[in-house]
Design a protein around this ligand. Structure first.
Ligand code: HPA
Length: 272
């Protein structure tokens, strides 16, 4: 594992002209931000040694490095999901590589189903905490002390500092932002009405099929995390309706400008 991380990082260091300290993982239907970068270099995952290859429609699967608002960033356009069959180690491998490349802040986006009755489709939710409902833990197995400690603290996985900055930005720009707890599940099924009800009862505000593994590994590695979820459908008790992948992607597309605005503005405000 350590050798693989080192090999991939060394390949990327040779390829890349800049050394970003901010990484961004873009979720379903949210890949457009990568097209707003300037001075870009783009590398398909299939060219990167030891990188898994993305299989889902709507996830193009490339690493784009460049500048966003004059800040060097490394963007993953397309991520790896547990439901695709990847192991937890494969899903989180890019985060390990980011750490080796010198990434200090990780911004993550995803699409999710809203369970909080105050939410509407198209809302953007700042993830303030999560519930890990995946059947497997990304840190299970031998702990590599070089990468992080055996029993990582999880008391503030989502940086309060960055959440506060996002709230300031939202107030300044007149953008409505929701806040809440993201429940990470394996998928690929959406939830039954009883499951949405259970996750809501457990303390969740939104539920989705990603993010939690990458964030756990980022936290293990000492990377500061900021995460945004686009509410693409609603799983509100008594009002659950059918949902499809296409609807999720369309709703994500529609909310993308709001998400992009927050990410751009937060980049301007964080001095890494
Ligand atoms: N459930 C799980 N994952 C999702 C959902 C949902 O309702 N919407 C988008 N991703």
């Amino acid at each position: 594992m350590l050798t693989k991380i080192a090999e991939t990082a060394s390949y990327l260091k040779q390829q890349l002209n800049v050394r970003p300290e901010t990484g961004i993982i873009l979720g379903s239907g949210l890949g457009n931000l990568a097209n707003e970068l300037t001075d870009t270099q783009s590398i398909p995952y299939s060219n990167i040694p030891h990188f898994p290859v993305s299989t889902v429609a709507g996830h193009s699967g490339r690493l784009v490095v460049g500048k966003l608002c004059d800040v060097p960033v490394l963007v993953m356009q397309g991520r790896f999901h547990y439901y695709e069959g990847y192991s937890m180690q494969e899903i989180t491998f890019p985060v390990r590589v980011m750490k080796e490349l010198g990434i200090k802040i990780l911004i993550v986006s995803n699409a999710s189903g809203g369970m909080n009755p105050d939410f509407l489709t198209g809302d953007v939710m700042l993830i303030t905490d999560h519930i890990n409902f995946f059947p497997e833990h990304p840190l299970r197995g031998k702990n590599w002390d070089e990468l992080g400690e055996r029993f990582p603290d999880m008391s503030e996985v989502y940086s309060r500092r960055l959440i506060n900055k996002a709230l300031e930005i939202a107030a300044d720009c007149g953008v409505k932002l929701q806040q809440g707890v993201y429940v990470g599940v394996q998928g690929p099924t959406f939830e039954t009405p009883a499951e949405y009800r259970m996750f809501r009862f457990m303390g969740g505000d939104a539920v989705g099929m990603s993010t939690v593994p990458e964030v756990i590994v980022a936290n293990h590695a000492g990377i500061e995390v900021f995460a945004l979820s686009v509410i693409t459908d609603l799983g509100i008790d008594g009002k659950v309706v059918t949902v499809s992948h296409e609807e999720v992607q369309q709703a994500a597309k529609a909310a993308e400008p709001k998400m992009t605005l927050i990410i751009r503005e937060i980049l301007k405000k964080i001095n890494v």
